[in-house]
Design a protein around this ligand. Structure first.
Ligand code: HEM
Length: 196
């Protein structure tokens, strides 16, 4: 089966779609596997280490609805997003927020910076799961918005609920180790689990 993309094929006059090239297929497969494995491991570290230092939050996750838990998980990831940035190449000249960008220029979309923008969120560390939801860019925006979001959210909510059902979660006496660019979050996030 040849997967096709809705863009004109330069070798076929008048065409409106073309087959995906190998590099594009590799990129998509990389996003699906990397998104599911690497990003989820980083997100799990962010969520568990934040909850370990916040007993009231743990209680809300234990007793609240799945919907509330999903909003809390999204908000914790906004504050400390492991998915730092993506790149684009401008296809035409454009002025964005007063900045002129020429065709062919490379642009970095810095999700972590946008998710902590004081003009939008005030104090970026302040948690407001419902109030901040509409401006949350953890999963991107627009035509490349993450298609794995529902799966990632489900996995993270089940993970944190099951951990909290089985154990009390506390911050570990030793500090974790931060990840380094190009990803964010924790490389190691030690927490203490006491069986309930
Ligand atoms: C674990 C948390 C995850 C985060 C924080 C995350 C974040 C993102 C972001 C910010 C983008 C936008 C990229 C861009 O605009 O260039 C994206 C795209 C994408 N994500 Fe995720 N993702 C996650 C999980 C997943 C999962 C579980 C899957 C698949 C099973 C997945 C598959 C993809 C794919 C295929 C794209 C590319 C979409 C496109 O270019 O049209 N992601 N993700």
């Amino acid at each position: 089966m040849r997967l096709r993309v809705p863009l004109p094929d330069p070798t076929v006059p008048g065409s409106t779609e073309r087959p995906l090239q190998e590099a594009e297929l590799v990129s998509i497969l990389r996003n699906v596997t990397g998104g599911d494995l690497g990003s989820l491991a980083l997100c799990a570290g962010v969520v568990l280490s934040a909850v370990a230092g916040a007993p009231a939050l743990a209680e809300r996750l234990r007793t609240g609805s799945d919907r509330e838990a999903a909003a809390i998980v999204d908000e914790l990831l906004r504050i400390d997003s492991p998915f730092v940035s993506n790149r684009r190449v401008a296809t035409c000249p454009v002025t964005l927020a007063g900045q002129e960008i020429g065709a062919g220029e490379r642009v970095v979309l810095h999700w972590t910076s946008a998710n902590r923008d004081e003009r939008c969120f005030g104090d970026p560390e302040r948690r407001d799961p419902e109030g901040h939801a509409a401006a949350n860019l953890v999963y991107g925006i627009g035509r490349h918005v993450c298609p794995g979001r529902p799966l990632a959210t489900l996995e993270l909510v089940v993970m944190v609920q099951e951990v909290l059902r089985a154990a009390d979660l506390h911050a570990a006496p030793t500090r974790g180790e931060r990840e380094v660019d190009p990803v964010g979050g924790w490389a190691q996030a030690p927490v203490v689990l006491t069986p309930r």
